[in-house]
Design a protein around this ligand. Structure first.
Ligand SMILES: [Zn+2]
Length: 333
């Protein structure tokens, strides 16, 4: 028999294999209701509810079986891939896969961007990577690509997220949206956050944000739980910014995400708040807006991660033809 497997919430679902049992479970749940409608008899709500609860209980049992099978499948993979897959279950960060890829919403990823995002998300090595880094000659592993700061691609990844957030906050109609606001300044030093907006958490109060995109598979973090890695970075940012932000009567929120677009809890709260403001402004439902915003931010991260894998880290030099002196002579002497 043909199989057609999809990743459904917390487990892998074989649509062909489970279609009949699911149809039977659904028929069973509504069997009493159908009987009442066919016979035109009086509906006893208690009977209907009991029938429904029985079917729900059976569904939960079969879901538990599927979850156990999925856990066993994940356990069979080697360690890095196992962690990647487990993150997809624990944090449910695949919302971007369910949006329609239209250019108007910037959801139209290039073939390479899409393939890289899938590969990174499932702990596989993206195809057609160079063997060595063009900037420093090191072996070009995925970890090297995501961490090598040469050529500005890693900074670009961070800046893309900052710029997208500034533009979304402007779309939300918030005032004083500032990129890189100076939080504290001395004669020789400046402390800058990534972006700020007035009235985000509280009316009239300036809210400061600083973001960080973490590679959870880098050698220093691969043996640490993701939440612990997030906490470590979050505490560092809070220690750096909170006092200075408080002195300026502003709030501070660290925005952390991973290279496979998992958002930390505070970042999730930020996404929800931004979506609530935008849904009012756009007169759209909250659930639709939050799905859009989450996918937009996820695709922004995945695109810039793909650029770290495929972008050039060295500068191009022009031939320098500034005047006629550079033109090779063709005159026969
Ligand atoms: Zn490098």
């Amino acid at each position: 028999m043909q199989t057609f497997k999809i990743w459904w919430n917390e487990y892998v679902l074989d649509l062909v294999e489970t279609a009949l049992p699911q149809f039977l479970a659904s028929s069973e749940a509504t069997s009493y209701l159908s009987e009442v409608i066919f016979q035109g008899s009086t509906l006893d709500l208690h009977c209907h509810d009991a029938q429904r609860q029985f079917a729900i209980h059976k569904k939960m049992e079969s879901e538990k079986l599927l979850k156990d099978e999925t856990s066993a499948l994940i356990d069979s993979f080697p360690e890095p891939r196992k962690r990647c897959l487990q993150r997809k279950i624990d944090f449910q960060c695949s919302g971007w896969l369910s949006v329609i890829p239209v250019a108007g919403n910037h959801f139209d990823m290039s073939p390479n961007e899409f393939r890289d995002a899938i590969a990174i998300g499932y702990g596989r090595i993206p195809i057609d990577l160079p063997t060595h880094c063009d900037a420093d000659g090191e072996v070009f592993s995925v970890n090297h690509a995501l961490n090598c700061s040469k050529g500005g691609l890693v900074y670009g990844r961070h800046n893309e997220l900052r710029d997208l957030n500034c533009s979304l906050l402007e779309l939300a109609g918030l005032k004083q949206v500032i990129s890189e606001p100076i939080v504290h300044e001395t004669a020789d030093k400046q402390l800058r956050a990534d972006w700020a907006a007035r009235g985000f958490w509280e009316p009239q109060k300036q809210a400061l944000f600083d973001c960080c995109i973490v590679n959870p598979e880098c050698s220093s973090l691969q043996h640490t739980l993701l939440q612990a890695s997030f906490n470590q970075r979050k505490n560092k940012k809070i220690a750096t910014y909170s006092k200075a932000a408080k002195a300026r009567l502003a709030s501070f929120t660290p925005i952390l995400a991973t290279c496979d677009a998992v958002f930390e809890k505070d970042a999730e709260l930020y996404v929800k708040r931004l979506s609530a403001i935008l849904s009012k402004k756009w007169k759209s439902t909250y659930s639709k807006t939050v799905g859009f915003i989450r996918a937009r931010l996820q695709i922004c991260i995945l695109r810039s991660v793909s650029l770290c894998l495929r972008g050039c880290r060295t500068k191009w030099r022009g031939a320098g033809a500034e005047d006629a002196a550079a033109i090779p002579s063709t005159d026969k002497e």
